[in-house]
Design a protein around this ligand. Structure first.
Ligand code: DCP
Ligand code: MG
Length: 449
């Protein structure tokens, strides 16, 4: 097996909160939004959403081209450079490892989940977030590879460099997707943006060997939907007057921002498609979904969205979590849980330090054996980035959750981030009178974890 980590799926998540920082860029963005007061008539907004195809799996196929066309899933653990298969073929190119040597999904035991699957594997009904054991029943012959975040981040940077070299207004939306403002870029308006999208796909393929799909539309909301229309390697153009034909027949869930809960509520009210949603009076939506969400639903159904493409972003939180191989109990598995808890705090601290952030809000997430989830957080007077301080604060959060039931997942999160330089300045000012700078150790949590 290529299993490296002792736990099913360590995950690193970086929530991005967007800030428009550069005045110059903000002006450009608002020009695109059509709110410029310049004398010239602005060109119609053309916004692209670019999303890499089967990203993690496609990166793996670059080093294991012998697996092309085969069902392949990524998940179940981290890639360890010293795993048995790589050791056995040490000194040889990775592309020389015979296909028959790779681990198969049917041999997997554990509770890991799929991060992604190749399109060949998706034909069997396999997809992201599905448990590996369940996926093994659908496609036992699929090959299973562990995740290698460092490699995916490397390719992420590479494809974004290519995008930026062709269109300077790019919004980073995570490891494999970006929004790009095509409006004023040469070729960006031609064929609704298709010319530039095609050039970009080619340039990314040349630089990385990877394929992507691009949707171009009058705004981010529609572009995001469009990029999915013709995956993989697709280009889809949506114009304002395509709303009825291309967008309204879709399920409401296709709107980015409508999750399973909203979808269920909409369905309970007899709203299935975006057309159904658009048909409801705005006032009715406000009444059922509240002022802000109701108004947003109405705008979204009518394809309206004037959010700018934001070119600089700051993370708002960093977190690490892990799902255990078996459910653990706070008392019976105290030592094991305590070690995991400390390791999670160390991981988040390392992430923060590597990226140069500190945070004031320390939170924990628990998922119980019955899949119910609990979160708690605590806000400190001053930002921290070191593992011990995070551990102490997270330990205080633990005091506030029921621990009678076994746990299947534990996570630690640090939010309210500031750049560490700014944190230093805050520290230099010292704590405000009457507040404490660090959480105090308590006699209750320490023996528990
Ligand atoms: N990912 C993950 N867990 C999920 C979903 C995704 O770890 N539940 C990771 C693996 C994906 C990457 O994020 O490769 C990008 O997510 P996408 O939703 O864009 O999925 P893919 O790029 O894999 O496939 P697609 O071609 O549908 O975009
Ligand atoms: Mg993708």
């Amino acid at each position: 097996m290529l299993e490296g980590a002792g736990f099913a799926d360590w995950s690193l998540s970086l929530s991005q909160g967007c800030l428009c920082r550069s005045g110059q860029r903000l002006v450009a963005a608002s020009t695109i939004a059509g709110v410029t007061d310049s004398a010239e008539t602005p060109l119609p907004r053309r916004i692209a959403h670019l999303d890499m195809d089967a990203f993690y799996a496609s990166v793996e196929l670059l080093r294991y081209p012998q697996l092309k066309g085969l069902p392949l899933v990524i998940g179940g653990g981290r890639r360890a450079p010293d795993n048995a298969l790589l050791q056995r073929y040490a000194g040889q190119p990775l592309s020389a490892i015979p296909v028959a040597e790779f681990p198969l999904l049917k041999d997997y035991t554990g509770r890991g989940v799929i991060t992604t699957a190749t399109y060949a594997a998706r034909q069997f009904g396999i997809g992201s977030a599905m448990g590996l054991m369940k996926a093994a029943r659908l496609c036992p012959q699929a090959i299973l590879l562990p995740v290698d975040f460092a490699e995916y981040r490397r390719y992420s940077r590479l494809f974004k460099e290519v995008v930026l070299s062709m269109a300077p207004l790019m919004e980073d939306r995570g490891v494999d997707e970006v929004y790009i403002d095509f409006t004023d870029v040469p070729g960006g308006q031609r064929q609704g943006g298709r010319s530039l999208a095609r050039l970009m796909q080619g340039a990314i393929a040349d630089a990385t060997g990877l394929s992507c799909s691009i949707g171009v539309a009058p705004n981010k909301l529609l572009a995001k939907m469009a990029s999915e229309f013709n995956k993989p390697q697709g280009i889809s153009i949506v114009q304002a007057d395509d709303l009825q034909a291309l967008i309204w027949p879709l399920a409401c869930r296709k709107i980015n921002g409508i999750g399973p809960k909203s979808e269920a509520k909409l369905q309970a009210l007899g709203i299935e498609t975006i057309a159904d949603l658009a048909a409801r009076p705005r006032a009715w939506l406000l009444q059922h979904f509240g002022k802000s969400h109701g108004a947003w639903l109405h705008e979204a159904a009518w394809g309206r969205d004037d959010r700018p493409v934001v070119t600089e972003s700051e993370p708002v939180s960093m977190s690490r979590e892990t799902t255990f191989e078996r459910d653990l109990h706070a008392r019976e598995d105290r030592e094991e849980l305590g070690a995991v808890f400390t390791a999670l705090c160390e991981q988040v601290a390392a992430d923060l330090q590597r990226k140069g952030y500190s945070g004031r809000t320390i939170g924990i997430k628990l998922r119980y054996a019955d899949f119910k989830t609990a979160t708690r957080d605590i806000t400190l007077e001053l930002p921290v980035a070191d593992a011990a301080a995070i551990r102490l604060a997270a330990g205080q959060c633990l005091k506030r959750v029921p621990l009678a039931q076994r746990l299947r997942l534990l996570g630690v999160r640090v939010g309210a981030l500031v750049r560490s330089g700014d944190a230093q300045a805050l520290l230099a000012q010292g704590p405000r009178p009457g507040t404490r700078q660090r959480p105090v150790a308590d006699p209750y949590t320490a023996p528990l974890f």
